[in-house]
Design a binder for this molecule. Structure first.
Ligand code: GLU
Length: 283
């Protein structure tokens, strides 16, 4: 049974790109007599707003989409993220980190570091300042990071680990130790303010919801090896992935949520119909 999901964060209004993801995931589920689930990714309580969550439901209904009620809300699932974090801690793959953004910038600009700054899916690659610290000394001011070197070493024998991409970039993508260590680095599993992270929560929930197909924009593709690694470490199945092209505005800029001109509700107010939205995102 195909299980697709749409997983928006209520930190802004849905735009045409979200419409594309939601319609594609929903269409994939319907075509296979499968299930379509909605997940509200609201772990960032500072940036998530009830009015944006209400707008998500309204916009998706207007588009004609139906999902299984109730939608899963990540803010209600912190215990599950804690449990997954504890498993990774018990596997001795984690360390606490007290570095601020400024500490990281300073460490990276120190002359002895030499090399140019590297950027990964979460921004600059963390210079491992805190990597020798023990979890037993974690304080409330610490985030928790995954020691990527240890994580890939633990997965070492699993040469078959990777994921299958369907759709535009179809093929098998094996996990690359080099990509994970050099281009992702020691990612944050639990932020000090919210106790979890996007990567951990998305993996735990895709597993808990039995998601078989993840449909999302190609801007998420660089983070997918991180998710597949975490699925392997947590003994969760790896879904199929479909990273679709990004919808760009007339100037070629990727749509950000701040860019309200192509928000679904702005288009609706300007007289677009759901059929016009479908036509606009169909190649
Ligand atoms: N919550 C993420 C977003 O709104 C999408 C996560 C995902 O589909 O995996 O950008």
């Amino acid at each position: 049974m195909v299980v697709e999901r749409f997983a928006p964060s209520p930190t802004g209004f849905l735009h045409l790109g979200h419409g594309f993801s939601a319609l594609t995931a929903h269409g994939g589920a319907i075509a296979q007599n499968g299930r379509f689930l909605l997940r509200i990714e609201d772990i960032d309580t500072e940036r998530s707003k009830p009015e944006f969550e209400a707008a998500i439901y309204e916009d998706l209904r207007w588009l004609g989409l139906k999902w299984e009620e109730p939608a899963l809300r990540q803010s209600e699932r912190m215990d599950f993220y804690d449990e997954a974090l504890n498993r990774l801690v018990n596997m001795e793959l984690c360390y606490p980190c007290s570095c601020t953004r400024r500490d990281i910038a300073e460490a990276l600009s120190a002359p002895q570091e030499g090399a140019a700054q590297q950027f990964g899916p979460d921004g600059v690659i963390y210079p491992r300042t805190c990597c020798a610290r023990s979890m037993t000394h974690r304080t409330d001011a610490d985030a928790v990071r995954l020691d990527m070197r240890k994580a890939v070493a633990m997965l070492g024998e699993r040469a078959d680990a990777g994921y299958i991409e369907i759709g535009e970039n179809a093929g098998f993508h094996p996990l690359s130790d080099e990509y994970l260590v050099e281009c992702c680095g020691d990612i944050v599993l639990a932020r000090r303010d919210i106790g979890t992270s996007y990567h951990l929560a998305v993996v735990v929930d895709d597993g808990a919801q039995g998601i078989t197909h993840v449909t999302r924009g190609s801007d998420m593709a660089p983070a997918t090896p991180i998710h597949v690694l975490l699925q392997n470490l947590l003994s969760l199945p790896t879904p199929l992935y479909r990273h679709h092209r990004l919808i760009r505005d007339d100037t070629g800029k990727r749509l950000a949520k701040r860019h309200d001109a192509l928000a679904l509700r702005t288009l609706r107010d300007a007289g677009w119909t759901p059929e016009d939205i479908r036509a606009a995102v169909t190649p």
